[in-house]
Design a protein around this ligand. Sequence first.
Ligand SMILES: [Zn+2]
Length: 125
Amino acid sequence: MATYRIVCTVENPSGHSNQQNHIVAVGVGDDPNKAQRKWTLDEVLRAIDRGDLFYTKGMNTGKVALVEKYTCAPCSRVHIRSAADKVTDNNLNHIPHCSGSTQLTQGLSPNDGLMATEHPALVRM
Ligand SMILES: [Zn+2]
């Protein structure tokens, strides 16, 4: 079991009214200003299933919030969100967006041939 701090997120509009954006990838690392590794949503979900913990930490409050799985009813897809202990600055929907798209293609395409327009996570970069 391991513990990972999420320092940035990649979000997609959910398309559902009254719903937060869906988080499709996260950056993980000890330095809040620089993600050491990008994890796709599915990688995070698999790790949580293994017993790993993901959390966010507020830059200002220093408060820690665990990240949990939830099933988005409109699309019947499992996503991640901040658990109930979130405050504004450790809310998964409020922490910085990951910058740079090159690392995001890791694991998605073996030859880096993925066009940004083909993957919804990259469209907004
Ligand atoms: Zn949804």
